[in-house]
Design a protein around this ligand. Structure first.
Ligand code: HEC
Ligand code: HEC
Ligand code: HEC
Ligand code: HEC
Ligand code: HEC
Length: 494
């Protein structure tokens, strides 16, 4: 609800389309209007920075601000436009710089580098003008043309800069807010493949339907402990702020505000995501290593989103004294696990296929996918059989055993937000600067585990063999709970 009526001035700039209407509106709400503000000024995050200092500095170092500057995005879009003879059109940039598409300043994102800040990335204005969600993927978000900044406050103090109003799409305590985030965090490719499914995964999880549920922003936009004004102006009430950093997996690869902190935040979130255990099962005449993983913190699969580009894999090494008697996934940091995969590799990702079923590496070519990510929690009820479906177990080696005695095993869970094979692919076609390769991180998710007979204090009974299996865990994973075999790829390997 706008606090007071709008007045109109006739200042129109070069933009056009549906936004023309809003450009001629002036927010003159509040008690003492200052100089009239053309709504177009609200497009520029710098305008907001004058008052919402903390929100701006959070956002400025976020992937939402980086979305149209990301050199990998620019390279992929450039290649996609070339390979499809421009048929891709605004498909990519419609999510990565939605204001540029809606203002008519770009048709394909190939001119992004020439556009002003008001058109770059997922801006303040774009999110805070959402007044309807008209679908579940490919950014069908509807923006109001009234210049009202929407949020979760039922009682915003009037300001001459903009009118304010409550909207459930911007209230993290309402499920509608997840439909707003989800509309962009869910991609169906032009050929019909459900390439990114974060929203669909969340909808199928306990988080979307448990009493109260947990929305995207309840996890990803944590609330400040301290109460303070949300704008740097005198006389405002103290409130809780919500973080606009939204660090998760991806990181800025080029010079970007607060980039070092972003990597730390990603590491911290990753470290809370999984529970893991490492076991050695005696097979009689040999043994095998077992890795158990549970996605305990993500409100969707893990990895999620751009999981066609992510590489999450297990590095397992078994020793007899100083001798390595088995290894899988031992990949140098400068390497992709897909470049020379071993037969036991546990690699979690999406594979993509063209309409004829042949593998493809770039997602505008994808007509179908095959994924083996860790699923999200489906229920919080331990009596429900689906409760343990997130306890996934994989044997190393996949079949048979290790003949040599084993006295020590190590496990590291490794993650490349963007696989180095994808980076190399973009470098090979001349679309990406080779110098950026060195900036792509390989994270270790959580603590490394070390199994020895002395440290393996958690034990479960294998009901098939009636043998006890000794395990180590540092994350309280209940090794006795039911387990399901790790999801595998039916159509691609690894
Ligand atoms: C001149 C200072 C000023 C500028 C510039 C400004 N705001 Fe605000 N904004 C305020 C004040 C004051 C409030 C109300 C604070 C309160 O009630 O505690 C507010 C409230 C909000 C709210 C909460 C609305 C609600 O009902 O929950 C949002 C969202 C918001 N602003 C977004 C923005 C965005 C986005 C921009 C830039 C396009 C912006 N503001 C620019 C001063 C400003
Ligand atoms: C206009 C579309 C759009 C909307 C709306 C949107 N996002 Fe995003 N979001 C993006 C894009 C594009 C990126 C990726 C930028 C990149 O990596 O280059 C992103 C990145 C992210 C990331 C970081 C992902 C990573 O791998 O590090 C998180 C977390 C996130 N968004 C959560 C949210 C939440 C929560 C909401 C709702 C409050 C939301 N997004 C609304 C488009 C959107
Ligand atoms: C991806 C969507 C998205 C983007 C981009 C975004 N916001 Fe927000 N913002 C939200 C959501 C969701 C909330 C509501 C959190 C709640 O209270 O439930 C919020 C809350 C706010 C509030 C209310 C105070 C608070 O902390 O809850 C202000 C002010 C605000 N944002 C300003 C900004 C500014 C300024 C920018 C750009 C620099 C920005 N936002 C960018 C989604 C976004
Ligand atoms: C219960 C908390 C929770 C909820 C609810 C949740 N997330 Fe996440 N999200 C996480 C965690 C934990 C991670 C994984 C840690 C990481 O990526 O560093 C994650 C990761 C992500 C990523 C990075 C992609 C990846 O590979 O994992 C994106 C993008 C994202 N979330 C968006 C969303 C969106 C959009 C929603 C709502 C539809 C949502 N999240 C709901 C906790 C949550
Ligand atoms: C429906 C909205 C949407 C569309 C359409 C879209 N993206 Fe994205 N893109 C996102 C979101 C959301 C993320 C962040 C997902 C995550 O972190 O898991 C992202 C992340 C990315 C990333 C960085 C993360 C990574 O690891 O891959 C690149 C590069 C990228 N997109 C390229 C593209 C290209 C090229 C296209 C068009 C062929 C495209 N996107 C179309 C929403 C979209």
């Amino acid at each position: 609800m706008p606090r007071s009526p709008f007045c109109t001035v006739g200042k129109v700039n070069a933009m056009r389309g549906a936004f023309l209407a809003m450009l001629v509106l002036v927010a003159c709400s509040g008690t003492k209007p200052k100089a009239p503000v053309v709504v177009a000024e609200l497009f520029d995050p710098q305008t907001c920075a004058r008052c919402h200092v903390d929100h701006y500095s959070d956002w400025a170092g976020s992937m939402h601000a980086y979305a149209s500057k990301d050199p990998v995005f620019l390279a992929m879009n450039r290649r996609g436009q070339r390979e499809t003879n421009g048929a891709l059109g605004p498909f990519c940039v419609n999510c990565h710089a939605p204001m540029a598409v809606r203002s008519g300043t770009t048709k394909d994102g190939l001119n992004l580098e020439t556009l002003p800040a008001s058109q770059q990335g997922v801006t303040c204005f774009f999110c805070h003008a959402i007044d309807d969600v008209k679908g579940a993927h490919d950014n069908p978000l509807h923006l109001a043309s009234d210049g009202v900044m929407r949020g979760s406050l039922p009682d915003p103090v009037a300001t001459p800069e903009h009118a304010s109003a409550y909207a459930p799409f911007l209230d993290r305590d309402r499920p509608e807010s997840a439909t707003a985030c989800g509309a962009c965090h869910d991609i169906v490719s032009p050929k019909g493949a459900a390439i990114e499914r974060t929203f669909a995964e969340w909808q199928g999880s306990v988080f979307s339907h448990a009493p109260g549920g947990t929305t995207c922003a309840q996890c990803h936009m944590p609330q400040s402990a301290e109460l303070k004004p949300i704008a740097h102006l005198p006389g405002l009430p103290s409130r809780r702020l919500h973080s606009h950093r939204l660090a998760a997996v991806d990181v800025a690869l080029t010079d970007f505000p607060d980039a070092a902190n972003q990597r730390k935040e990603v590491q911290a979130l990753l470290d809370s995501t999984l529970q893991s255990a490492l076991c050695v099962e005696n097979l009689g005449g040999g043994s095998r290593v077992q890795v158990i993983l549970d996605n305990v913190a993500a409100g969707h699969a893990f990895p999620s989103g751009a999981s066609q580009d992510r590489r999450l894999w297990m590095e397992v090494t078994a020793y007899n004294g100083a001798n390595v008697v088995f290894q899988s996934g031992n990949v140098p940091d400068v390497h992709s696990p897909t470049l020379n995969p071993d037969p036991n590799l546990w690699l979690l990702r999406d594979c993509m296929f063209d309409p004829a079923g042949a593998p493809v590496s770039m997602f505008w070519n994808a007509a179908s996918i095959d994924g083996n990510e860790l699923p999200a929690q489906a229920t919080f009820d331990p009596a429900d059989p689906r409760y343990y479906k997130t306890h996934t177990i994989k044997n190393f080696p996949s079949t048979g055993g290790i003949v040599s005695p084993i006295d020590r095993v190590t496990l590291r869970v490794r993650l490349q937000p963007m696989g180095l094979d994808v980076i190399d692919d973009l470098i090979a076609t001349g679309d990406l600067d080779p110098a950026l390769r060195a900036a792509v991180p390989t994270f270790t998710v959580g603590e490394a585990l070390e199994w020895t007979p002395a440290t393996a204090k958690s034990v479960y009974l294998n009901r098939d063999t009636n043998e006890y299996v000794p395990c180590v865990t540092t994350t309280n994973l209940n090794v006795q709970a039911d387990k399901v075999p790790a999801p595998t790829h039916a159509r691609c390997s690894p």
